[in-house]
Design a protein. Structure first.
Length: 264
């Protein structure tokens, strides 16, 4: 497999794209920009991201409207804090929820928050931002690939370390139904990115993700409410491109670190 390339095509800028990814690699409408760089600037006013070996943390000056599958604060809600905590291992008698709340307290979070957990190296999480006109979508993703599954093919089994956690930040207002739509779009984009990188489950079937993936969709609430966020809508298109760019960069860097494809 050839190494992924950074692509600059027309008015579209994509960092970390894979050659097989023709959608990410340069057939975007004029004026669309997509970038995954070392910068952690979401370009969304009041929303910041920090990444280190202990966690990915998203903070917002204003409450964000959120829909997630998170361990803590899952479902619909509002929050100014989203945390994706790294764990080396989870003891059989431990409580992930208690561990997350303890960690949040250590961070100085004294309010409700959305909390995720992963054994993936959070320092390798990456942020990608896609924008066109007044619309901006950002995705900060951590990727662990030791627990891959092919949905509907891989048989159920005990959960194992290895999770893809995606936090999608949208500088728009979405209706509740559109937020569900955004979760679907982000999940489709994740599966497509893994397919382009030829990630497989243990039996060699194309991987759609891992058995413990989680997703967060968070909206700033700015602007008129949007009723849809599928991949055929402007905001859905942007969020899908951001998710794919972030995962693509992580995969490219993993190949470089490992000296080839190992552990997939």
């Amino acid at each position: 497999m050839t190494a992924p390339l950074d692509t600059d095509a027309g008015d579209t800028t994509v960092a970390g794209a894979h050659p097989l990814d023709t959608t990410v690699a340069g057939v975007a409408p004029s004026g669309t920009t997509v970038a995954s760089t070392d910068s952690l600037d979401t370009t969304i006013a009041g929303v910041t991201v920090t990444v280190d070996a202990t966690a990915v943390r998203v903070r917002s000056l204003r409450p964000l409207r959120v829909l997630s599958s998170a361990l803590v604060g899952g479902g619909f809600g509002e929050t100014r804090e989203i945390v994706n905590m790294h764990v080396d291992d989870v003891a059989p008698d431990s409580s992930p929820e208690v561990d997350l709340r303890t960690f949040a307290t250590r961070l100085g979070i004294g309010e409700s928050f959305v909390g995720l957990m992963t054994a993936a190296a959070t320092e390798h999480a990456r942020l990608a931002v896609a924008a066109e006109g007044a619309l901006t979508a950002a995705a900060v993703v951590s990727v662990g690939l030791s627990n891959t599954v092919c949905a509907g093919v891989t048989a159920p089994g005990p959960a194992a370390p290895g999770t893809i956690n995606a936090i999608v930040l949208l500088d728009v207002d979405l209706t509740p139904a559109a937020m569900v739509n955004a979760v679907i779009t982000a999940t489709e984009a994740k599966a497509m990115a893994l397919g382009e990188w030829q990630v497989e489950d243990a039996a060699g079937a194309p991987a759609s993700g891992t058995s413990t993936d989680a997703v967060v969709v968070a909206c700033s609430g700015r602007g008129a409410p949007l009723d849809y966020a599928g991949p055929g809508t402007p905001i859905g298109y942007l969020l899908a491109r951001a998710v794919r760019a972030a995962i693509g960069r992580i995969c490219r860097e993993k190949v470089a670190r490992d000296g080839g494809r190992r552990g997939w």
